[in-house]
Every structure is written in structure tokens, then in C-alpha cells.
Design a protein around this ligand. Structure first.
Ligand code: SF4
Length: 363
């Protein structure tokens, strides 16, 4: 039974210089039409069971006006299971007090704020238009409304990044006492504004240095490092994202949204014109048992706790340690293995991709 749903709201007021997500400039007309088609797609899914996690991502979901937000959320609350996590992404410059009240009214209990940096010059480089006061004011209003499960998203690895810049981010995290933090390394894709300008990130060595600096600082604040780019206070791990990392199935609706239902992974069209014509599907991949195992390992080892060996056995009817014996032997310095779990040692998690390549390519 699928108990998770992702909903994509692709609208943005400005386009960030690093952005590679499916998004379009926001305007009232296409928003209205889009939300109608979204409702149609949701009904098409014929979801009959309750959902444990719903995640509204973007784009910028908080760009919806109050009526639009009210309409969207009211169509989703009936799906919530009793013990639910209902998350929404928001930008600090579009999440108003009134919108927060609407979130609360419709049972949203987790908000992920795109902060990216507390340093003005870095925000400008990234094309972000809010300021630190916007962030502080949003977090205070969320607390006031009784929404205390708050994530702050940050980016590190820009060419001029250094520890002093990171220290300011950490100071804000400490001040606001949020429960969850994500730090993503800047990726410069060809089709983004930074890519077109041929901008470079920090060297891998300097990025790694900052990554472990961030990890150290966050741990000192009581955060648990539970996924390569994610830290949380105890009990505040993102339940929705854990569905992905545990390779569990989920529904996905909206422009460019992915879903994993039955043995199919599907990605919706990234063309708004096609989407509005209800021509949703773009890529459908049938998953073989081998694909499933590959994804399970690749995603599972992103988690610091790693792969649960019993769960692996029950899903694939084989013993992980025996089946990957040769690779494990070759990579033993990089791995932690006990009777229950296999994981990548934290000091090597930054080079996770090379370890996975080795593990998954040479049987
Ligand atoms: S990063 Fe987020 S807010 Fe910025 S353009 Fe992309 S989707 Fe929009």
C-alpha cells in the first residue's frame, strides 16, 4: 500500500541562478489552471487509503495566494492518516502570517524554508531575494501558530564560501532553535544561469573541508546527522524523504513530478503546456528486481545508519553480506558492518558516490 504523496507547485517569482528544478514564472492565470489540472491528476490516482506523508514541493508553493493555498490544502487534508507528516516548502519572502494560519488550519505540520545563506552577497550570487529578517519573522510566526517542525535549507560550496560565512548560518540555526537542517553542496548544471556563465564551485577538497566543519558545528548543537545532506533533532527526521531513501513507493503529481507505483517509476512532463493539456506522462521505467535492488542500495547508503540487513533479506530474498562479499572485502575500510546494518563510515560519506560506484559496478 502506498502511503506517501508528493505534489509539485512549479511557480517562482524569480529564477535562482543555480536552479535545475522544473519551474516557471508565476502568473495568476496559469496558477489557477494548473491547480485545476492538479486536482484532476490527484483524482486519477484513485487513492483510497490514508496517507502518512504528504509533501508539497516546488518551485515555490508559498507563492500561491491565500485562496489558492486554501483550496489546494483543503483537497489534501481528507487523505491524512492519524499519524501524519504534512510538509510544505516555502520561501521566506512569500510566506506571510495569513498563509501560515491557512497552513495550520489545514493541518500542515512541517515547513521547509529555503534560506540558502545568511550572507547578503552569497544570496545575491544565488539569486535569492529575501533577507535574514524575513527568515526570522517566518520562523517566529510558525512557532506562534504551533508549527514547530521547521527545516532550514542551506547551500554551501560557492566559489567564495568560507568558514566565516558558514558560521553566520550556524548562528541563525542556533538562534532559531529549528529541528531540522539541510546543507546541499552547490551543483552547477549546464542549463542554469551559473552554468551558462561557466561559474565554478569550490574545489572538492575545500567543499569537503566545509562539509565536515558544518557537520561538526551542527552536532555540537545537538543535531543528528542522519542522511548525507540532512541533520535533525531526535524524532524530527523527514519522514517523507525517508520514504525515498528507503526505496519505498509514493505517488507524485504535478509538473515534472516523479512517482514510484507498483513496478513503475514515472516522471511527469516538464512542459507546462503539455501538463495543462493533461498530457502528464513523459518517462515510464519498468523496474526489474535488479533495478529495485540497485536503487535500494544506492538510496539506502545515503542514510548514516545505512541498510538494514534484515529488511534487505526480506525484500530480495538474499543475504547482502554474502551476495556482495567480494565488494565488501574491497571496500571494508570505508564501511561499517554489524549484525543489523551496513553503512558508509561517516568520514567517507562525502565521497559516497565513488564508494557506490565501486559497490554497484563490480560484482
Ligand atoms: S531554486 Fe526554488 S525558488 Fe529558486 S527558481 Fe528554483 S524552484 Fe524556484
Amino acid at each position: 500500500m502506498i502511503t506517501s504523496l508528493y505534489i509539485h507547485i512549479p511557480f517562482c517569482k524569480n529564477i535562482c541562478t543555480y536552479c535545475d528544478f522544473p519551474k516557471v514564472f508565476s502568473n495568476t492565470c496559469s496558477r489557477k489552471e494548473y491547480l485545476e489540472v492538479l486536482q484532476y491528476e490527484l483524482k486519477q490516482k484513485k487513492i483510497t487509503n490514508k496517507l502518512k506523508t504528504i509533501y508539497i514541493g516546488g518551485g515555490t508553493p508559498s507563492i500561491l495566494n491565500e485562496d489558492e493555498l486554501d483550496l489546494l490544502l483543503s483537497s489534501l487534508t481528507p487523505y491524512l492518516a492519524p499519524d501524519y507528516e504534512f510538509s510544505i516548502e516555502a520561501n521566506p519572502d512569500s510566506l506571510t502570517e495569513r498563509k501560515i494560519q491557512i497552513l495550520k488550519k489545514h493541518k500542515v505540520n512541517r515547513v521547509s524554508l529555503g534560506v540558502e545563506s545568511t550572507t547578503k552577497r552569497k544570496r545575491k550570487y544565488l539569486g535569492r531575494h529575501h533577507n535574514n529578517l524575513d527568515v526570522i519573522s517566518c520562523v517566529k510566526s510558525l512557532y506562534k501558530a504551533g508549527i514547530d517542525n521547521i527545516n532550514l535549507d542551506f547551500i554551501y560550496g560557492c566559489k567564495k564560501d568560507n568558514k566565516a560565512i558558514i558560521n553566520k548560518d550556524i548562528a541563525l540555526i542556533k538562534k532559531l532553535e529549528v529541528k531540522h537542517v539541510s546543507f546541499y553542496s552547490l551543483q552547477i548544471e549546464e542549463n542554469t544561469l551559473l552554468g551558462i556563465k561557466k561559474e565554478q564551485t569550490l574545489s572538492e577538497e575545500k567543499q569537503a573541508d566545509l562539509y565536515f566543519y558544518i557537520n561538526d558545528k551542527l552536532k555540537k548543537l545537538g543535531f543528528n546527522h542522519y542522511e548525507v545532506s540532512n541533520w535533525s533533532k531526535e524524532g524530527y527526521e523527514s519522514r517523507h524523504n525517508l520514504v525515498y531513501w528507503n526505496n519505498n513507493q509514493y505517488y507524485g503529481i504535478g509538473l515534472g513530478a516523479s512517482s514510484y507505483e507498483g513496478n513503475k517509476r514515472q516522471t511527469n512532463t516538464k512542459s507546462l503546456t503539455s501538463y495543462l493539456k493533461k498530457d502528464f506522462k513523459q518517462v515510464v521505467e519498468e523496474q526489474t528486481k535488479e533495478d529495485e535492488e540497485f536503487n535500494y542500495i544506492m538510496l539506502g547508503l545515503r542514510k548514516l545508519e545505512g541498510i538494514n540487513l534484515k529488511d534487505f533479506k526480506s525484500r530480495f530474498n538474499k543475504n547482502f553480506v554474502l551476495n556482495y562479499k567480494n565488494k565488501i572485502e574491497k571496500l571494508k575500510d570505508y564501511l561499517n558492518i554489524n549484525l543489523e546494518y551496513i553503512s558508509i563510515k561517516e568520514k567517507y560519506i562525502f565521497i559516497m558516490n565513488s564508494i557506490l560506484l565501486e559497490l554497484l559496478n563490480f560484482k
